[in-house]
Write a protein that binds this ligand. Structure first.
Ligand code: AMP
Ligand code: GLY
Length: 411
């Protein structure tokens, strides 16, 4: 099958890598990155706009388009493709609002009886003050709109919480959820869904979960501490009710539904929904997937998962460590030369490109805040983690850095 993967990050590199290991796939990526270019034909000049994605898919005769990031989904790329009769793995703009608007997500959860943090949607500073007062610290203030991972502030500082609410305009202010977080991905066909392996992400920039929230600094799967049956519990309490509610609204959800869960003392609660694969959790989840990915995504895109093969997972574990640019997440420095010391290969590991490009002289340079992912695997988390860190140490980027404690406690 000819497959076009839209996006240019570590998540898309992981998707292309999984697809490239399966016979019969002819792979394209737009815009792609230099790492993806080793596995697929890339189209660096194609922007994320729906009409450009549609034009490229038509030109290639793509049998399936897989959309990685949220922006093209919220902009209607999946709608444009489906209207043109092209199979697409990714929700419509209306269904992607589950990520595009925090208040919409809360409405769907209320309607469907999905457990989540109590919240208020606030449009004025007076409403925000009242909500902050009623919950007390720690304060959780979320920009209602998409904010590329920068919309959420969790803080004990009332003045900082008030300032964030003022800066965002419409915000959702909610109860603080105290529990370990789990990322659960479900492949959805509009009516039914198949869960992937639960994973955990490290959202804060620095060791010991300090510093600002980021897109994610590392991840691991599986979760040795998770209660048995967690994925099935989340399917029953969260994923299926969400799919039913969206279908009743006339906006069936076809694509990847990402539930960010908090396992609180009072039970499982939804922290957020995303309309796409998580980054960097996808890097570890797909590393463990033994079942071919292309037929699974194609079946979901065709609206019928009933015939899809039951998923099998490779034994063992995977860990990924994100190599970030100097200044990430506030002001990432771009354009730094990346050198990868390839003289000694690190066993059971590989690099995925996240924010890289090719410089004028053909060298590899950084082009984003999260630059590379070092992925390691092994019979357990300790071995996977050792492989990922050994590989990360072979990368040379001025000012580049990573967290040292990804999956440390779990190992
Ligand atoms: P979100 O974009 O909604 O996932 O928020 C980003 C991160 O902020 C989450 O992964 C959590 O670590 C944290 N967060 C969001 N909402 C809450 C909450 N209600 N309680 C505690 N932490 C939260
Ligand atoms: N790693 C979190 C996300 O993809 O939103």
């Amino acid at each position: 099958m000819r497959i076009l993967v839209v996006g240019s990050g570590g998540r898309e590199h992981a998707i292309v890598r999984a697809l490239s290991g399966e016979p019969g796939n002819s792979l394209h990526a737009a815009p792609g990155n230099p790492g993806i270019a080793e596995l697929a034909d890339i189209h660096p000049d194609t922007a994320a706009a729906p009409d450009q994605i549609l034009a490229l898919a038509r030109k290639l005769g793509a049998g399936l388009v897989v959309i990685g990031p949220e922006a093209p989904l919220v902009a209607g790329a999946a709608d444009a493709l489906r209207e043109a009769g092209i199979s697409c793995f990714g929700p419509s703009a209306a269904a992607a609002m589950i990520e595009g608007s925090k208040s919409f997500a809360k409405q769907v959860m209320t309607e469907a009886g999905i457990p989540t943090a109590a919240s208020f949607t606030c449009r004025t500073s007076g409403e925000a003050d009242a909500a902050l007062n009623s919950f007390g610290p720690p304060y959780v203030v979320k920009d209602d709109a998409l904010a590329a991972g920068k919309g959420v502030l969790v803080t004990g500082d009332l003045e900082a919480a008030r300032a964030h609410a003022r800066a965002c305009g419409t915000v959702v202010i909610e109860e603080f959820l105290d529990g370990p977080e789990v990322s659960l991905f479900a492949v959805c066909d509009g009516t039914t869904a198949v869960p992937l392996l639960p994973a955990q992400d490290f959202k804060r920039a620095h060791d010991g979960d300090s510093g600002p929230n980021t897109g994610g600094m590392g991840a691991y799967a599986p979760l040795p501490w998770a209660p048995a049956g967690l994925a099935e519990q989340a399917m029953t309490a969260v994923i299926r009710p969400a799919l039913d509610a969206l279908r009743r609204r006339g906006t069936p959800y076809q694509g990847l539904l990402y539930a960010g869960l908090s396992l609180t003392a009072a039970g499982l609660r939804v922290v957020e929904f995303n309309a796409r694969f998580g980054d960097p959790e996808t890097q570890v989840v797909l590393d463990r997937l033994a079942t071919p990915l292309a037929p699974l995504l194609a079946a979901a895109a065709a609206g019928d998962l009933t015939g899809a093969a039951a998923l099998e997972w490779r034994p063992g574990a995977a860990v990924t460590v994100v190599l970030a640019a100097e200044g990430y997440p506030e002001h990432p420095v771009k354009g730094g030369t990346i050198k990868i010391m390839t003289t000694e290969r690190v066993a059971n590991s590989y690099l995925l490109h996240a924010g890289t490009t090719t410089g004028p002289d053909g060298t590899l340079v950084s082009a984003g805040g999260r630059v590379l992912n070092a992925v390691g695997s092994g019979p357990g988390i300790a071995a996977a983690r050792a492989a990922a860190y050994a590989l990360a140490a072979t990368v040379d980027l001025r000012g580049g850095w990573y967290r040292h404690d990804i999956a440390a406690r779990e190992a």
